[in-house]
Design a protein around this ligand. Structure first.
Ligand code: ADP
Ligand code: MG
Length: 147
């Protein structure tokens, strides 16, 4: 398969559609970084590793979708990092390693159903990232350098 995929880019503002309020903020990757992804990478939910500037490497879940801001002509890549940050991350550099695929995009009947599914995505990601095969990606040169 084409995974893992490594990408690095600036964290930009999205629509701020209340994901922080849901307790599930997603750091949106700048368009230039999104464009660097292989076109063949299908939309859906993935898991992997993330680093913000000089931070340690954290677990993450990520969604790849179509970005309404660019009239759905460009993808959007949104990363929920499994770490509590004290402040906003806008303008910082996000490095991600996309390790595996979880599920396709879905529509939800209710906010509760959406949150439930995301929480189950997070649980699966945590387990899958505990494997020796997943952890090897933390030690790559990609994450070794600081910004
Ligand atoms: P936006 O629509 O601007 O992306 P969100 O509601 O999705 O707004 O919140 C995302 C922002 O929240 C990120 O850009 C970052 O600045 C901040 N943030 C704080 N904690 C996290 C986290 N654990 N994972 C991702 N983003 C976080
Ligand atoms: Mg977001």
């Amino acid at each position: 398969s084409q995974l893992p995929v490594y990408v690095c880019g600036e964290i930009v503002r999205g629509f701020g559609r209340g994901s922080k309020e849901l307790g599930i903020p997603t750091a949106n990757l700048a368009l230039e970084a999104v464009k660097a992804l292989p076109d063949s990478l299908q939309t859906g939910v993935y898991y992997g590793w993330a680093k913000v500037n000089n931070s340690e490497v954290y677990k993450m879940v990520l969604s790849i979708g179509w970005n309404p801001f660019y009239k759905n002509k460009e993808k959007s890549v949104e990363t929920h990092i499994l770490h509590e940050f004290k402040c906003d991350l806008y303008g910082r550099t996000l490095k991600i390693c996309i390790v595996g695929y979880l599920r396709p995009e879905q529509n939800f009947d209710s906010l509760e159903a959406l949150i439930e599914t995301i929480n189950s995505d997070i649980d699966k990601a945590k387990l899958l990232l505990d494997s020796v095969e997943s952890k090897q990606f933390i030690k790559t040169d990609f994450f070794a350098k600081n910004e």
